[in-house]
Design a protein around this ligand. Structure first.
Ligand code: ASP
Ligand code: MG
Length: 404
């Protein structure tokens, strides 16, 4: 018998009616004879609302209590979905992260899964139950509830699929697959039928919110195919496996962006490489991702971080000022970054500069990493820049033409 993991995002379970509909869909999968494990997010915008409540009490709430609070969102959904499944005649049980055996490290608010003890899940599956697991949460070695970072339910699903040796992991969301860029911003964006883990990881790491980057790493390591599908419309969605997207004539896979970015400039450095290494190791202890650029001409390092991480990063940089060896720190919020992901990055960089010069776009920085070329801009310029790049790199409707 095959095991399928299905994950439903917040918009797919945003109301009781939606939950009933999803229960019906899950039941159809179960009736095909599969063992089914379901992972759900909090309903609709619940996590944002909970964060707002905490913000009304403190501008810097205690991380442990924040995890305790945020984990309640998913708990509401698992119980309602298990009830809906029972109502429709299925055997079902809901499990919190802890009950499902999900053990994490102790980084509060951004924990990583250390291991999953699948015994309870397996024994419930043996009883032919549909097991509904709360996404985005686990338990750490202190016995405290931990959360896996925004969007972390995808990672719960992929990690469970890996530990259960599942045949497939379906991610149901409000779009019908992964697009060349956000179709809400570029109407001519095109759905990509298939992507390799590596391509998807690059898109996700640079801001494509459709999948949590860590979920892709789990799937790749354990060779679990991931399907990103719409929960509202039928269709095959986007398949993510180890096969490349196959559009060899298109060197650009897609355009990803991060809307809320802070730029931090550390200056007065004397040992650039040692400082870079120190910054990387300090950030990775907190699982914080940053783009790091060395400016040799003035002995400074630029960090681009998500605005939601800025406070933690500043705290860390202040604490480690001597170890890192900088003398001054400048911070600027209100920025965005856009990244072009593909192969042949030096040509991509040249083309990106040409497109921006042609459009008289004011760009603050263009940097190249091993997976993409990134430009930093004022937030007010982001959407225009995404459209210009999408058109400039010939992505408008290209894949559809290629498929025809
Ligand atoms: N509910 C959490 C969030 O909104 C986790 C998730 O949806 O994946 O970020
Ligand atoms: Mg998500």
């Amino acid at each position: 018998m095959s095991t399928i993991v299905q994950k439903f995002g917040g918009t797919s379970v945003g109301s009781v009616d939606q939950i009933k509909l999803m229960a019906n869909r899950i039941l159809q999968e179960k009736n095909k004879g599969h063992d089914v494990v379901v992972v759900v997010s909090a309903m609709g915008k619940t996590t944002d609302t909970l964060l707002q409540l905490a913000g009304e009490i403190s501008s810097n709430p205690c991380n442990r209590e924040l995890d305790m609070l945020l984990s309640t969102g998913e708990q509401v959904t698992i119980s309602l979905l298990a009830m809906a499944l029972k109502q429709q005649g299925a055997e079902s049980i809901s499990l919190t992260g802890r009950q499902a055996g999900i053990h994490t490290d102790t980084v509060m608010g951004n924990a990583q899964i250390v291991f999953i003890d699948t015994e309870r899940i397996r024994s419930e599956l043996e009883k032919q139950k549909i097991v509904v697991v709360a996404g985005f949460q686990g338990v750490n070695e202190n016995g405290d509830i931990s959360t896996l970072g925004r969007g972390g339910s995808d990672t719960t699903a992929a990690a469970l699929a890996a530990y259960l040796n599942a045949d497939r992991c379906d991610i149901f969301t409000d779009v019908d697959g992964v697009y060349t860029t956000d179709p809400g911003i570029v109407g001519s964006a095109v759905k990509i039928p298939s992507l390799s883990y590596e391509e998807m990881l690059s898109l996700a790491a640079m801001g494509a919110g459709v999948l949590h980057p860590r979920a892709i790493r789990y799937a790749e390591r354990h060779q679990i195919p991931i399907a990103v599908k719409s929960s509202a419309r039928p269709g095959s969605g986007t398949m993510i496996t180890n096969k490349m997207s196959g559009e060899k004539s298109l060197p650009v896979t897609g355009i990803a962006f991060e809307e809320k970015v802070s730029r931090l400039i550390l200056s007065g450095l004397s040992k650039m490489e040692a400082s870079r290494k120190q910054i990387i190791s300090s950030l990775s202890a907190l699982h914080i991702q940053a783009d790091i650029y060395l400016q040799l001409y003035d002995q400074s390092i630029i960090l681009l971080v998500k605005e939601s991480d800025t406070q933690n990063v500043l705290c860390l940089l202040n604490k480690e000022k001597e170890k890192i060896g900088y003398t001054a720190l400048q911070q600027k919020n209100g920025l965005s970054k856009v990244s072009v992901i593909g192969s042949g990055l030096s040509e991509i960089k040249a083309e990106m500069c040409r497109i921006f010069i042609h459009n008289k776009n004011k760009v603050k920085l263009i940097g190249e990493s091993s997976i993409c070329v990134t430009a930093l801009l004022d937030r007010s310029e982001l959407h225009t820049a995404v459209r210009q790049l999408h058109t400039g790199f010939g992505l408008d409707f290209t894949l559809e033409k290629a498929v025809v």
